[in-house]
Design a protein around this ligand. Structure first.
Ligand code: UDP
Length: 328
């Protein structure tokens, strides 16, 4: 049993991981400022501190209670916004993470699982992407995440931090029981947008670019179910070695194009889901596909969801049960 501090534990990926940690027998404290997270997503019985990472007094007080490990989800994640407001991203994703690392060092907490991203690879030279590929992000969001991977690697050597960066591909789906799921405001991600069309909250979905060098001309992504992502976090935190930084891709290795995804959603929801063509979105690589060999062989991770329809069914269950999200 570990006592685990979870920053951003009320967010989409964080909340699913908190459940997995609790089910795995760990004690969890969620630290979240609720700027994007939802209090209702934190299970009863889990300690909750509503505070900002920039509040160093509160952070020291909480971390000082004695933790074995930190899972760090709290970050901004809108690529487009990061282009327009880079310093907002450096402030939160970099400065606040440095503050968290300093506080960990001061409180002698030497294990961290860090939410990284396939956006650190930029436009990949080859797909599927292995961890050895060159990391050359093409937007501020990716820069902030890569900068923190470097910091983690440097802290491993300097003061023995053991950490693991999980480079998420496209997190998708919801808890199987439909009780927690994705709720961003504004919603920008493809799956929730498509399902909002099925709920008739939007008239259509825009397909951002249909002239990409992919089989059907639309972008290909690797959708990874959020509960499989949670399994990866549990394995990662239980296999961290002091003084070692390691990084793993977390994706299925299976690609789904925007068109294929919309088609699958039509079948799952029984709704026609009108789609219109729109210009490319700035900074979208044509294909992002994980090579998950490393996490499978080193941590024994296996995704339970490899079928996009099965992933969509869980998301659909959540959106149908919670058409306006948590409380709105
Ligand atoms: N996308 C789209 N229409 C939308 C939202 C997204 O065509 O309304 C495309 C987007 O260009 C990308 C893919 O769907 O190729 C997945 O986008 P999302 O924002 O879900 O995740 P990302 O890959 O940016 O992390």
């Amino acid at each position: 049993m570990m006592n685990i501090f979870v920053s951003g534990g009320a967010g989409y990926v964080g909340s699913h991981c908190v459940r997995r940690l609790v089910a795995g027998g760990h004690r969890v404290t969620v630290y979240d400022n609720l700027c994007a997270g939802h209090r209702e997503s934190v299970p009863e019985g889990v300690a909750f501190v509503c505070a900002d990472l920039a509040d160093r007094d509160q952070l020291s007080k909480t971390l000082g209670e004695g933790f074995d490990a930190v899972m760090h989800f709290a970050a901004f994640l809108d690529v487009g916004e990061s282009v327009k407001a880079p310093l907002k991203y450096y402030q939160n994703n970099v400065s606040n993470t440095i503050g968290l690392l300093e506080t960990m060092r001061d409180c002698d907490v030497k294990r961290m699982v860090f939410s990284s991203t396939c956006a650190t690879y930029g436009i990949p030279a080859e797909v599927p992407i292995t961890e050895q590929q060159n990391q050359a992000p093409i937007n501020p969001y990716g820069h902030t995440k890569l900068a923190m991977e470097w910091a983690l690697a440097d802290c491993a050597k300097a003061w023995g931090l053991g950490s693991c960066a999980l480079r998420y591909f496209n997190a998708a789906g919801a808890a199987k029981d439909g009780s927690i799921g994705e709720d961003h405001d504004p919603e920008i991600h493809l799956i929730p947008v498509v399902l909002q069309v099925a709920l008739e909250q939007r008239q259509h979905v825009s397909i951002f670019g249909k002239d990409y060098p992919t089989p059907d001309g639309t972008c290909v992504r690797d959708y990874i179910h959020v509960e499989d992502l949670a399994d990866a976090h549990l394995l990662a935190i239980e296999n961290i070695h002091p003084g070692v930084f390691d990084a793993f891709n977390v994706g299925t290795g299976i690609g789904t194009s925007v068109r294929q995804l919309i088609e699958a959603a039509r079948e799952v929801t029984g709704h026609e889901i009108p789609a219109t063509d729109a210009p490319r979105r700035l900074g979208d690589p044509p294909t992002l596909l994980a090579d998950p060999t490393k996490i499978k062989s080193q941590l024994g991770w296996r995704p339970k969801y490899t079928d996009i329809s099965a992933i969509l069914e869980t998301a659909w269950e959540w959106h149908r049960k919670h058409p306006t999200g948590y409380t709105r």
